[in-house]
Design a protein around this ligand. Structure first.
Ligand code: M7G
Length: 318
């Protein structure tokens, strides 16, 4: 496996984002040129721009019994240090012992890498302020639709790779002629409490929420039903256990639905104005099959987003 071996050659340029509340740190730097062909041979000085995001993982269910065994008094947390204590309250820091096998098997950190990272990636992952904008149907026609049409195909190459059977094939949970369901790269693949899958629609003409019409209601219902079937069979998630939603604006204009454990609150990607519940979208389309052609949508835009300047300027027209 060359990817883990090459990661140690990452050279830090600067911190892009620091999110202590999410136990997450996003770094910008470079990796050796051989990353592109996934070989470990470092035969040139070429460096590729890379984004590395580190995130502490959740505790594995079952590791509590390993940490504090009910019978013997051997706690597998080492180096514990008292930070403070008052009355009945105490707080300490410590290290998970590497002998806690369940935790070790899944790792203490999850690492997401984008390499080679484009300037658009750097902007997306950078800390930034946002403003709320109102997108009327006219602003969609004049600003947003042309932006989506200009969107470089290379940015959704990952979707093509999956749909055409060249990537993540061993991970696919459901596939039909219209949609594929697989784990989202945000998921650590084992913590059911933070289960995160993505359903990707094959038809490239469907780019975003704006393209949905009454004729797509059946497709959306199929996605909901298959999401429940897959997660029910594999992880015993029952009816009402999933939060299914669509982002507007999404990062990628190939229509997809986020499938997330209903009890998971990640903060990111679930904010009001960005996440539209699949069930609500179905209901709206049943009431008016052209609703997304006529509705005004309000959402936050980060100052690094490609639409920020033009949409901010256009708000005077709303
Ligand atoms: P989005 O709403 O377009 O953007 O969702 P977001 O990233 O701002 O949420 C795209 C979803 O696809 C996100 O949840 C990503 O984590 C996920 N995703 C992105 N990429 C590049 C991949 C990938 O290569 N594989 C998988 N499995 N998921 C991905």
């Amino acid at each position: 496996e060359s990817i883990p071996a090459l990661l140690k050659f990452f050279k830090l340029t600067r911190i892009l984002n620091d999110e202590p509340e999410k136990c997450r740190l996003t770094l910008l730097g470079t990796l050796p040129g051989s990353w592109a062909d996934k070989t470990t041979i470092l035969n040139s000085d070429e460096r590729l721009q890379a984004i590395v995001r580190l995130e502490k993982t959740a505790f594995v269910t079952g590791c509590a019994e390993e940490l504090f065994h009910p019978d013997d008094a051997v706690a597998l947390i080492s180096g514990t240090r008292l930070l403070g204590s008052t009355d009945i309250y105490s707080w300490l820091s410590g290290w998970m012992s590497p002998t806690v096998s369940m935790q070790k098997q899944h790792g203490d950190v999850k690492i997401n890498i984008v390499c080679p990272a484009t300037e658009v990636h750097v902007k997306k992952y950078s800390k930034q302020l946002s403003i709320l904008v109102q997108e009327t149907p006219a602003l969609y026609q004049h600003i947003v639709e042309p932006f989506i049409s200009r969107f470089p195909a290379a940015r959704t190459q990952w979707v093509t790779e999956i749909l055409e059977g060249r990537a993540e094939q061993d991970k696919i949970l459901f596939a039909s002629e219209e949609v594929i369901i697989l784990p989202d790269m945000k998921w650590d693949l084992h913590t059911i409490g933070s289960l995160y899958l993505v359903a990707i629609v094959r038809d490239p003409r469907l780019r975003s929420l704006r393209d949905l019409r009454g004729e797509h209601v059946q497709l959306l219902k199929n996605i909901r039903d298959e999401a429940y079937k897959v997660t029910g069979d594999r992880w015993a998630i029952g009816k009402g256990g999933l939060r299914l939603f669509i982002h507007y604006q999404p990062s990628y204009y190939r229509f997809h639905v986020h499938i997330v454990n209903g009890n998971y609150d990640s903060g990111v990607g679930m904010i009001v104005g960005q996440a539209h519940l699949l069930e609500d979208v179905i209901s709206l389309l049943e009431i008016n099959s052209s609703i997304f052609e006529v509705v005004t949508l309000t959402y936050g835009l980060g100052e690094q987003h490609g639409l920020y300047g033009s949409m901010k300027a256009a708000q005077a027209l709303v």
